[in-house]
Design a protein around this ligand. Sequence first.
Ligand code: GLA
Length: 390
Amino acid sequence: MSDHEAATRTAEAFHAVYGAAPAGVWAAPGRVNLIGEHTDYNDGFVMPLALPHTTVAAASARPDGVLRLHSGGADGGVVELVIDDLRPGPVATAGWAAYPAGILWAMREAGLPVGGADLHYESTVPTGAGLSSSAALEVVTALALNDLYGLGLDLQRLARLAQRAENAFVGVPCGIMDQTAAACCTDGHALFLDTRDLTRRQVPFDLAGEGLRLLVVDTCVKHELGDGAYAARRAGCERGARALGVRALRDVPYAHLPEALDRLADDPVVRGLVRHIVTENHRVEEVIARLDAGETRAIGPLLTAGHASLRDDFRISCAELDLAVDTAVAAGAVGARMTGGGFGGSAVVLVEEGDEKAVTTAVTDAFEAAGFVPPRVFTAVPSAGARRLV
Ligand code: GLA
């Protein structure tokens, strides 16, 4: 669907729900992460790219301090909230509405002059697939409110407000990668982000020009344990940093990894976490060096090595992700790895143009033979970040 079609459809749906035309329409994309996994809460490096799939919001300001939320994809009617009553924790805002409500709360907490609004959402970002549908929802809401109330905030600030909403209002201890990807990615590029100082660089990622394709394999698995396990990994990394006397694991140089691991000899779990983070930051730097040198194919083995590290050291893969990666590589993929938080969700697979079908079939057949739910496979094109459509 083009931006124009998405905007028209969403504006029409807004009109049907609220009885008037919206003041504007905005979009924010889902993402996949190319490399740099679980590094973002260790002050490290990440390299996501935006998907063509977007969450689109049609919205108008309201003068009465009421927030009304409606989604074309969710069951139930309009969620109506009084903005003065918004508090973090299990309030009236359960489910998807917690994300946009959290944005309004975070903006007000930051002292920004925002009031009520009517919002209607339509989304093509698959949910529960590890493709950051929640960050898309947060960032599109932040951008809409930014424009409706003339706040003049830049995209990175909006991303930070979105992370604050997710951490403090929704209660998910995520890093800054997904929100920055949704806000700041650009067409045809992967986004290199240093999550310590938030400096970023758009790295050209011209797959088509190189005769390559990036497939996304959604395993359709969402592990119940995911959230607690994410927090546990995060706490383990912090333990590792304390044990090594550094501010964050980002500060352990790759060249000093052997000594660091020696010092952690009596804590094998934390040792594995540290080894993953330090080698993963190094892999991000290697990927950038190869992309800068125009050697896109050469990033393949780094992606696959990243998967092994997430599987064996960070221990957040699952049987479906491992099968997707192993089968894709055996079927000729240039490289493959799980992407996102782990315990299910999606894998990214770099393939030669023309091999898409063979690799997809191999993975689908392997899932069938293993008795797994059929995966959903699509091609990712590095796409634009958040934007106003109308
Ligand atoms: C989730 C989080 C991100 C990041 C990834 C793992 O997507 O929201 O902040 O930690 O997991 O790289």
